[in-house]
Design a protein around this ligand. Sequence first.
Ligand SMILES: Cc1cc2nc3c(=O)[nH]c(=O)nc-3n(C[C@H](O)[C@H](O)[C@H](O)COP(=O)(O)OP(=O)(O)OC[C@H]3O[C@@H](n4cnc5c(N)ncnc54)[C@H](O)[C@@H]3O)c2cc1C
Length: 389
Amino acid sequence: MSNRYKMFDVIVIGAGPSGLNTARRLAENGLKVLVLEKKSEIGEHVICTGIVGKDIFKRFSLSKNSILKEIRKVKVISPFMNYLNYEHPDSFAYVVDRKKFDGYLGEKAHSKGVKIELNSKVKDIIINKNSVEVITKKNGKYKEKYLSQLVIIATGVNYKLQKKLGLGFPNNFLKGIQAELNIKDGEYTHVFIGRDVAPGAFAWVVPIGKETVRVGLMTEGNPKECFRRLIEKFFPDKIRSLKKERIQFKPIAQGLISKTYGNRVLTVGEAAAQVKTTTGGGIYYGLLCSEFASQVILKRFNEGDFSERALSEYEKLWKKALKKEILIGYYARKLCGKLNDSQIENLFKIIQSDGILPLVKDKGDFDWHSDLLLAFLKKLSFRLIKIIK
Ligand SMILES: Cc1cc2nc3c(=O)[nH]c(=O)nc-3n(C[C@H](O)[C@H](O)[C@H](O)COP(=O)(O)OP(=O)(O)OC[C@H]3O[C@@H](n4cnc5c(N)ncnc54)[C@H](O)[C@@H]3O)c2cc1C
């Protein structure tokens, strides 16, 4: 173990979008920041469909270079193979290449002075009275120690460090699975609902290039079996050629957690379950919360106060923005997850026939779903009760 401590104002653990954006914001305001990332490259083997709302680029000053495809047309397919087509007047979302997307954030952070150490897996954090010690394994071998005033945990769905420090972590997860297939794409992003393909959530086929699509699903059920059924049902000619190693799995955090702060520590992004409970999307909320985290940290650096009490403002800020979204989305999805295929089909028919699509155009927002869900509920309440009965 190297004896020489390396001193920073803030150490960020995890070079995903949430960690990198926090690091970038802190460094551009004069702090000395280190990012520690266990992988050998930023954005390496990220398991993600990469769908983001169109506003994300302007909102967080991001380059559009990572965009692979626009999303304007969506086809929702019911359990009994009925279709619902939704066409937006213009692109409302994009599919990005996560390696480029995260890579850009890494370059931005670096250009503001952030030091990024790759191949550095954080094994332990020790919170002392006047500093934080962060201990890594470098290239899986020898240990390094770093010292800072404050540490940010932005490790995605790895919760070991939070557990060790007695911080909050999610108890609920959906299981995500995805593969890229060579299929001639169309203009449509497809969404599949029904207990056969994705009990508790939904499946998707998202075109990303001329002949490539991302096929995936998230579910409360068995992801492998659901994925096999999805491919058998919709792409039977691909079942033989689908190599196991091309199929990737990852859990998706669900629900509202506390606490995301402690003495000299904050948790950000999927590490704090800041994920849309409707779609499982975590990029936007992670970036948003990294802005709240950096605002609070910069204030605390002015005051020199990194106590739990001083940092609690962070959780107040992000919950003010996201609590309603996370809870309403969670319960709406849970409710839909209880419906059987005939009930889903009935709901689908009502949506097809009953002026619901204009509601989507009026109240729909790619990143904020609670208003639309409440409007749905208001419009459909009696019929929903009938369906559930
Ligand atoms: C199948 C699937 C599809 C998805 N599709 C979408 C989508 O279309 N749109 C969307 O918005 N979201 C999507 N998501 C969710 C999205 O990928 C995550 O919410 C998002 O990546 C979270 O960003 P983050 O920065 O918080 O964490 P991450 O991107 O997970 O980054 C965490 C980083 O921390 C590193 N790390 C972990 N532990 C340590 C350690 N001990 N030491 C050092 N480094 C460590 C990891 O290597 C990683 O680089 C999807 C998820 C799945 C599973």
